[in-house]
Ligand binder design. Sequence first.
Ligand SMILES: Nc1ncnc2c1ncn2[C@@H]1O[C@H](COP(=O)(O)OP(=O)(O)O)[C@@H](O)[C@H]1O
Ligand SMILES: [Mg+2]
Length: 284
Amino acid sequence: MKKIWDKIFLKKEKKKQEIREENRFNVFLEQTEDKLNQKTIIDTKQKHNGDPILEFKNVYKYFGANNKICAVNNLSFTLYDNENVALIGANGAGKTTTVEMLAGITNQSKGEINYLFDYTINFQEKIGIQFQDSAYPNGLKVKHIIKFIVDVYKVDINDAEIEQMITAFGLKEFYNRKAKSLSGGQQQRLNILLALIHKPKIVILDELSTGLDISVRTKIIDFIIHYCKFFNIQILLISHNMDEVELITDRIMIMQKGQLKVDLRKKDVIKKYGSIQKLAEKYI
Ligand SMILES: Nc1ncnc2c1ncn2[C@@H]1O[C@H](COP(=O)(O)OP(=O)(O)O)[C@@H](O)[C@H]1O
Ligand SMILES: [Mg+2]
């Protein structure tokens, strides 16, 4: 008898639990819907401290059979000199696709991307990228990879400066180690160093602090900010960490479903919403 009661009781409990979960899921869906219904705020009258260096004009990117997936949907924005920009948004919003088009890794399906900065042969020589994942060739040491980049880009840098850089990134003791044998955080530091060493005009940092512990992170961010200011490198930062966004950038762009929903000066965000986190919570 007891067993049957137990069974009935368990069944009821299971049903209740399912209903609770369904409710929670509905609340979640409503919240997501709310976020998508937030109004678009693009401040076209922003004061910029420099000339335009790059522009996206009505850019689209489609993927999949019959171009079913619209990863980037009519995206327009301009980047300027002396300005670091954050590109934020939920997973799948189209951030990586956007920067891959910017860097010329993939072509847009429609629209224009114009590079307005000076370059000698190819605009790509003036773009540095640190990606979320890295695949170093087998057997190459950290020093080989650095040397390779220095040679390819004909970087004007001497041994003492390379040493300063590897020291700043905490990589000095790994200089003679195979890159593949480094830990995730160490590889990440090498990725960032490689994106910066040729002093590009724009550097794309995609989830810069993945795998970095707090003590290293603070030092590296500090170095990046100063280095980029000194060599006039503009940062395009993709990040889910709003403290990092606050530290590094001057302007906040938020993407949703391939579209630009917010484009505001950081100081205006803080004035209006109190913090970048508060704005992000409304849209992401
Ligand atoms: N190579 C690809 N093939 C098919 N779909 C893709 C490809 N790359 C990205 N997507 C899709 O495009 C959308 C945007 O992706 P992505 O740019 O990676 O977003 P984010 O970087 O903001 O997370 C997602 O729906 C993703 O699944
Ligand atoms: Mg991404």
